[in-house]
Design a protein around this ligand. Structure first.
Ligand SMILES: [Zn+2]
Length: 284
């Protein structure tokens, strides 16, 4: 067909023409887990960093997404870094995006002040990562970028199950008088004795529980191990902070000496695999 001859890379099923200058890079992509990088003309600033359990399939899928055409037109070459498994790809992607701030990735802010909700005995309080060690302090719930968003989350949670904003300390109320929200039937009445304070506290705890920040469960750093027949990745993690990947336990021990404070990216990626022990862990 004449059209095919004119645009040899045109795929009529997707409407996208594969750019000829990237053909060689695409042919080289492996079908393994890892991170891939789209580079533009400026070599020091990548356009985009992504991860997949199958680098080749994932990169090809970018080319079938018309929304990404602008990014792909600027791409001059594609490189990749293989990892043994999915966790390694997630950790490396988060680390590289933070370090290199690619143009088309959603901007991840560097480690900064975070807030959480602490509930010990009675009223919840908002605490800051500069004052409280989030990796080691029990009874913290939720990670927030600001005091404002933590308070908003607490209010939403109260609205969901009719908790009293007065009892939570979020609103001033007169003693033993129903709050305004109770009159609107949006508070179950812990303010005026319609519900006991312990019952109210119990419901608050239940609501918060799903947002609990798990304490770092080891005395020090660990190696989280991903392995195939031919290769081992030991991911070094301490206080939920990813410190790097080594090929052996001995080399991992050298990485483990870096000081480590709580990291929210590491926490999100590692909480489940570490707590469920879905991968082997070696204390370093
Ligand atoms: Zn109330």
């Amino acid at each position: 067909m004449p059209r095919t001859r004119k645009h040899p890379e045109f795929d009529p099923t997707t409407g996208y023409a594969y750019p000829e200058h990237l053909r060689g890079y695409l042919d080289d992509l492996p079908q393994t887990p890892g991170v891939y990088i789209f580079h533009g003309l400026n070599d020091s600033l990548p356009l985009y960093i992504g991860k997949s359990i199958n680098i080749r399939t994932r990169v090809m899928s970018h080319f079938r997404t018309l929304d990404e055409a602008r990014m792909l037109r600027q791409t001059q070459r594609i490189t990749y870094i293989e990892t043994v498994g999915e966790i390694g790809a997630l950790l490396l992607e988060a680390q590289l995006i933070k370090q290199q701030q690619p143009l088309f990735n959603q901007k991840l802010r560097r480690t900064r002040q975070m807030c959480s909700i602490r509930l010990e005995e009675t009223t919840p309080e908002i605490v800051y990562s500069k004052d409280v060690d989030f990796a080691r302090t029990p009874n913290l719930y939720g990670l927030f970028a600001s005091r404002h968003s933590a308070l908003a989350a607490l209010k939403d949670l109260a609205d969901e199950v009719q908790l009293c904003l007065g009892v939570l300390g979020l609103e001033k109320i007169a003693a033993n008088r129903p709050c305004f929200r109770h009159m609107l039937k949006r508070c179950a009445g812990a303010c005026c004795g319609a519900e006991t304070i312990p019952a109210h506290q119990e419901r608050l705890k239940q609501q918060l529980e799903q947002h609990r920040i798990e304490c770092w469960p080891y005395p020090g750093a660990i190696g989280l191990i991903e392995q195939t027949d031919t290769r081992t990745d030991v991911h070094v993690v301490h206080n939920w902070l990813y410190l790097g990947t080594a090929a052996t336990i001995e080399k991992a021990k050298q990485l483990s000496t870096t000081a480590a404070a709580f990291d929210s990216d590491g926490y999100k990626i590692l909480c489940k695999p570490i707590l469920t022990e879905s991968l082997p862990v070696k204390e370093l």
